[in-house]
Every structure is written in C-alpha cells, then in structure tokens.
Write a new protein. Structure first.
Length: 192
C-alpha cells in the first residue's frame, strides 16, 4: 500500500524521516552513510550488514522507499536485488510513511483477550488515524495492528515509536501517552 506523505505545516512539523518524499530523495544523509559504512567494517562480508544498514536507512528516510533500498545497496556495494529481498522479507521494516507518532497495537492472543481491539478503537477515535491506513492528514499519527510485542503478561500493549506502554486498559493512561506525544515529550519517529 502506498500512502502519500502528509503536508508539513508550522503547527505540525514533520519528523526528519518524513520530510522528503520518495520522488525527491535518493541519497542517504551523510551521517547515515557514515554509519552504514562503519557497520560494514564490523563484518567479514558486507552482506552481513544488510539488516542493520536497512534499519539505519529506515530511520534516516522515515521508511524504506525504493530509493532508500537502492541507497543501501550503493553504500554496501551489494546488488539491489539482495537489499530489496531482505527489506521486503521482514514485515517490521516500513515500506510506506508513518505518522510522527506511529502506534503499534499488539492484537495477539494475550492482548486480544485483554481488550486490544478496544485500544485500537479508542486510539483511532482520539487521533483520527485509520488502523493500517497510513498517517493522518496532519502527519501526527498512524496506527498499526502488530504481532506480539513481548509484554504478554501485562497487555494490552502499545508501542509508540520506540517506547512500549502496557496495561493500556485504563483510558486515562492512554490519554496521558497521547498528551505526551502532543507535547513532544515522546521522541518523534526517526528521532530515536
Ligand atoms: S500477546 Fe501482546 S505483547 Fe505478547
């Protein structure tokens, strides 16, 4: 699914990785390129650095566009087909833009039994994001239902960018996390 990037406004500036659309950007930032080249030095074969390099590129671009994958291939001097194959095999790599605050809700069995569907519904109501539907028009939010987030004993569990929040049964707790995002207290996607 190809979600268009939201417009950047003064009120809702985009996170670094969200700023440039696929058509506008083909190159890694100098920092990301240096990081990937340093990663490549750590392995006997450059191919072994593909996964961490893709992670760096995802952070840099905001998602793994075709341009990002090609940039990784160039940086590691590997065939584009190899990098594309690895990136598309792993569902945890993003192939489309996400919101500044990307909320992944675990809907696996333990969390499902403890109300994950309600959490998805509440987050959608509060933010206007459509689960699985890409970023909201202001670029702030996106919601995705995901597999186990390894906090099964205290679900339902939500990951906002790199922060994991559990015991999301309490509506006030949910509101607190959203408010922390609005205030910029939670690192934006691409800033972790
Ligand atoms: S089932 Fe939800 S965190 Fe494991």
């Amino acid at each position: 699914m190809n979600h268009p990037l939201p417009p950047e406004t003064a009120e809702h500036p985009l996170a670094p990785g969200q700023r440039l659309a696929e058509v506008e950007r083909r190159e890694l930032s100098p920092e990301a390129l240096a990081e990937i080249r340093a990663l490549a030095q750590r392995y006997p074969q450059r191919m072994a650095a593909t996964l961490p390099a893709l992670y760096v590129a995802q952070r840099d671009f905001g998602f793994l566009s075709l341009g990002a994958m090609k940039a990784v291939a160039r940086a590691l001097e590997l065939p584009e087909g190899h990098v594309f194959g690895v990136a598309t095999f792993y569902t945890m790599f993003r192939k489309a833009p996400v919101g500044k605050y990307h909320m992944q809700v675990c809907t696996n069995l333990s969390c499902a039994l403890r109300g994950a569907a309600q959490v998805v519904k509440k987050l959608a109501e509060r933010t206007g994001a459509v689960p699985g539907g890409g970023p909201t028009a202001d670029g702030l939010w996106s919601i995705e239902e995901v597999e186990c987030l390894a906090s099964c004993g205290s679900g339902p569990c939500v990951q906002v960018n790199h922060g994991v929040y559990d015991e999301f049964l309490d509506e006030a707790a949910l509101e607190q996390v959203l408010e922390a995002c609005r205030k910029g207290e939670v690192p934006a996607w691409g800033e972790e």
